[in-house]
Design a binder for this molecule. Structure first.
Ligand code: AMP
Ligand code: ZN
Length: 113
């Protein structure tokens, strides 16, 4: 999508600090980190939100979770981490391209509030 911030990051039109990339997934450090380690994992295909995941595109979600597992190992997050996907207005989604936050290296309160 021409107008999408994360599509522009994937294409390199907006700079990012890459943490992982393969044919399906791009991951980069969040610009406003909510934990000492905070990366964002996005599908390389534009999917608007978790509400748009379906049988045709869910391979991207599986690939993202494989990538999260790999990064958790390479970043030594053995103490734990949280994966968050915000959806829509009430879910606090601010960028309209499906993404999964990977938060770690501090105790993460539950419920988050
Ligand atoms: P959400 O609020 O769940 O839609 O998450 C969007 C995330 O994208 C937020 O945590 C932002 O800090 C992050 N973000 C926005 N712009 C950038 C950028 N240019 N580079 C890295 N992260 C960004
Ligand atoms: Zn997009």
């Amino acid at each position: 999508m021409d107008d999408c911030l994360f599509c522009k990051i994937i294409k390199g039109e907006i700079p990012s600090t890459k943490v992982y990339e393969n044919d399906y997934v791009y991951a980069f450090m969040d610009i406003a980190p909510q934990a000492p380690f905070h990366a964002v994992f996005v599908p390389k295909m534009h999917i608007g939100s978790p509400a748009e995941i379906n049988a045709e595109n869910s391979i991207y979600v599986a690939k993202i979770f494989e990538a999260i597992s790999e990064v958790a190992k390479s970043e030594n997050l053995e103490k734990g981490f949280r994966v968050v996907a915000n959806c829509g207005e009430d879910g606090g989604q601010t960028v309209g391209h499906l993404h999964f936050h990977l938060l770690a290296r501090r105790y993460l309160q539950w419920p988050p509030g």
